[in-house]
Ligand binder design. Structure first.
Ligand code: SAH
Ligand code: SF4
Ligand code: F3S
Length: 440
């Protein structure tokens, strides 16, 4: 049986697709990158905003075209949308298998049940499942960067967010299995590991026996030749201990993704983010004090319930004040069943949400251009990802601060993917550093 898999949503889903593939391979499946060739077509899905789900419904139509040509092909929806919509997906008549994020071990069985009277859906959430014994089957063919999922679920219940409902309660993975996975990756030549969780800083093994900063330290020392990144931190839980660990280890990348969501205290409270604007700004100051030159990026939501023009301008002013290197910026999308959907009216008109989002984007573009411009003249160590998208004569890769660097390839004909280059910044755009390699 051949399986084809498309992955949507966050990095956690990418990590999960690798777990799914590992489970399926053990059960006789092989991977195909050609949908027309597949016996099983899977979409690992995202429910974070309505447009994420709409896009997947569109793909389901495409999958069903394959089924018309190939009668015994099966279509499965896994991940967050499976968990949110449950039977509704089967009832559409366009989906054969529905499997939630904690039920992947049963996926081969569910596939086998298609056409019988046995169930083809499992959306049971777990308090303990972390897939810690499963060695993920890596999907990134370059063999340079890999994800390690260190925790699952989320206990935060931010009022706008569907994740706690699709992913269940927070649980941390057994630390030795994390270290073993890191060692295995290092042994296979991987150069960069990203530790993943919806809220990595609340990683907690055995009631405080091992916290996230302690785990980070263990991983950093276990694989000193490998770069370590992590995602995502809630500002509320970002501790000085972690900042000191990031500063101490050269292989821990100097970049923090710290979603702020809003610059207005009224909105932050309604969002149940558990911090204020002032707290956030203090955390940023601490980051810059303990880790000079640290890269900083964020997520922002425009037009949350009851957001006034004044609230919105507070977000804009916070963004100007912090000067983020980059940001993911979204219009608020009401998610059924969340606290915000139950309690507050989604009352900012759509055109106004778009207008506010555009204003936010404009300020961010300006801020990115400044932050990238300020790197002029700096020497940076870049992990080469391959040829640049624009030109085969250039290489690209990220600096420790997560900024994308592009520079002329001095050794054309030699594949330097996964090697380091020392570069000097000679120019910039709002999303790229233009560099020249310094030959040693
Ligand atoms: N666990 C991560 C966020 C995961 S979701 C964290 O808390 O940092 C990624 C981003 O999607 C969020 O940071 C938020 O900016 C955005 N998001 C979440 N729910 C949303 C909604 N209902 N509408 C619009 N954007 C949303
Ligand atoms: Fe959602 Fe908040 Fe959890 Fe992030 S921390 S996944 S935004 S509930
Ligand atoms: Fe989307 Fe689920 Fe990730 S809702 S953002 S795929 S946790």
């Amino acid at each position: 049986m051949k399986v084809y898999i498309e992955t949507y949503g966050c990095q956690m889903n990418v990590g999960d697709s690798e777990v799914i593939l590992s489970i399926l391979k053990k059960n006789g499946f092989t991977l195909t990158t050609n949908m027309d060739d597949a016996d099983l077509i899977l979409a690992n899905t995202c429910s974070i905003r309505d447009n994420a789900e709409q896009r997947i419904w569109g793909r389901v139509e495409q999958f069903n075209l394959v089924k018309r040509r190939k009668k015994d092909a099966k279509v499965g929806i896994v991940g967050c949308m499976a968990e949110r919509l449950k039977d509704e997906l089967l009832a559409s008549g366009k989906v054969d298998i529905v499997c939630g994020p904690d039920a992947y071990r049963r996926l081969p069985e569910l596939v086998g049940n298609v056409g019988s009277s046995e169930p083809t859906i499992d959306v049971q959430l777990s308090r303990t499942e972390t897939y810690d014994d499963i060695v993920p089957e890596r999907l990134d063919s370059k063999g340079v960067s890999a994800f390690i999922s260190i925790m699952r679920g989320c206990n935060n219940v931010c009022s706008y967010c569907i994740v706690p409902y699709t992913r269940g309660v927070e649980r941390s993975r057994e630390p030795q299995s994390i270290i073993d996975e890191a060692l295995d990756l290092a042994g296979r030549g991987y150069k960069e590991i990203t530790l993943l969780g919806q809220n990595v800083n609340s990683y907690n093994w055995n009631n405080g026996e091992l916290t996230f900063p302690m785990l980070m330290e263990k991983v950093a020392t276990a694989v000193p030749g490998v770069r370590i990144r992590f995602s995502t931190s809630n500002p509320h839980d970002l501790s000085d201990d972690l900042l000191h660990v990031i500063a101490k280890y050269p292989n821990v990348c100097k970049h923090i993704h710290l979603p702020v969501q809003s610059g207005s205290n009224a909105m932050l409270e309604k969002m149940r983010r558990k911090y204020t604007r002032e707290w956030y700004l203090e955390r940023v100051a601490k980051i810059r004090e303990i880790i000079p030159g640290c890269g900083l990026s964020t997520d922002v939501i425009a037009g949350f319930c009851g957001e006034t023009l004044e609230d919105h301008l507070q977000t804009v002013s916070l963004m100007d004040e912090v000067g983020f290197d980059s940001a993911f910026m979204f219009q608020y999308s009401e998610r059924p069943g969340t606290l915000a959907a139950r309690k507050y009216a989604d009352d900012v008109p759509n055109e106004e949400k778009t207008r506010r989002l555009n204003e936010i984007i404009e300020h961010q573009v300006h801020s990115s251009a400044q932050r990238y411009g300020a790197q002029y003249g700096r020497k940076l160590e870049v992990l080469i990802e391959g040829k640049s998208k624009r030109s085969d004569a250039d290489l690209c890769g990220r600096a420790s601060n997560n900024m994308m660097c592009v520079f002329p390839d001095l050794q054309p004909g030699v594949d330097r993917t996964g090697k380091y280059a020392t570069v000097q910044v000679v120019g910039s755009t709002s999303a790229t550093l233009l560099c020249e390699e310094i030959q040693k």
